[in-house]
Design a protein around this ligand. Structure first.
Ligand code: SF4
Length: 249
């Protein structure tokens, strides 16, 4: 049973994160699919999603952002027409184009914005650009639930308390603080927040009604089906551990 299925995009990106996990994948996987219709092996993916009864589809990237996909709205329509009507769709994006593409953004069932800092200096160290998306405006314009995903690393760890407060102030309802994939250090963060539950083994805390999850990829047990940009269908939650990529190497 899979928790969700990812559709992965590759090509140029409008940010340059040093920790971009997709760059650790073999080059042949990261073929530019930003203009491609239909996506490589889309029919095969739809068949697998149907066969496995997966009800959550995520548009995300290996080395690019789903808002850069030229046929984003068409792909959403195509999937909604072909998959079970109870299927839910979400986008995981850096948010850079979300305001400009708000009509499409609001056609998903929910969105997740990868956003590590409000401070341009810190943001640049983590995302390779000083231009910080206007998260507050995205939240105001969004008609769907929006989660914020904050990677935690040396440049932003000291800011985290203030970051949590500011997220709460601008109306974030769900925040995920994520350790980097393969990170062995334990960050001394979020200690003062009461733990109110667990999700996939990760602690869920509360900050004045805002849900704050501390996510550790390496300890998380999820199952996902993944359509890679070259058409490979993989079934490992941690993309770099995909057995199907090893076999076709
Ligand atoms: S925004 Fe995402 S896809 Fe783009 S460089 Fe950063 S991690 Fe990689």
């Amino acid at each position: 049973m899979y928790d969700f299925a990812n559709i992965l995009f590759a090509g140029r990106c409008n940010r340059a994160c040093p920790w971009c996990i997709g760059k650790a994948l073999p080059d042949r996987v990261n073929v530019d699919n930003l203009s491609l219709w239909p996506l490589e092996n889309l029919d095969g993916f739809i068949e697998r999603v149907r066969a496995e009864n997966v009800r959550e589809i995520v548009f995300t990237g290996t080395v690019s952002d789903p808002h850069l996909y030229r046929h984003e709205a068409l792909l959403l329509d195509h999937l909604r027409a072909r998959l079970d009507p109870r299927t839910r769709y979400s986008i995981h994006t850096n948010g850079v184009l979300s305001l400009r593409k708000m009509t499409v953004f609001n056609r998903y069932d929910r969105g997740c914005i990868s956003f590590p800092s409000f401070e341009p200096d810190t943001y640049e160290k983590m995302m390779g650009s000083r231009r910080v998306p206007d998260l507050s405006a995205i939240l105001r314009e969004a008609t769907i639930p929006v989660k914020v995903s904050c990677v935690i690393d040396e440049p932003n760890v000291a800011e985290l308390d203030g970051f949590v407060k500011r997220c709460h102030r601008i109306g974030v309802r769900r925040l995920v603080v994520r350790k980097l994939f393969g990170e062995t250090r334990e960050w001394d963060v979020l200690r003062d927040l009461p733990v109110v539950g667990r999700f996939k083994g990760n602690p869920v805390m509360d900050y004045r009604g805002m849900e704050v999850t501390y996510w550790d990829f390496d300890k998380t047990e999820c199952r996902s089906l993944n359509l890679f940009p070259d058409g490979t269908i993989g079934d490992a939650y941690r993309l770099t551990e995909t057995p199907q990529l090893e076999r076709s190497a």
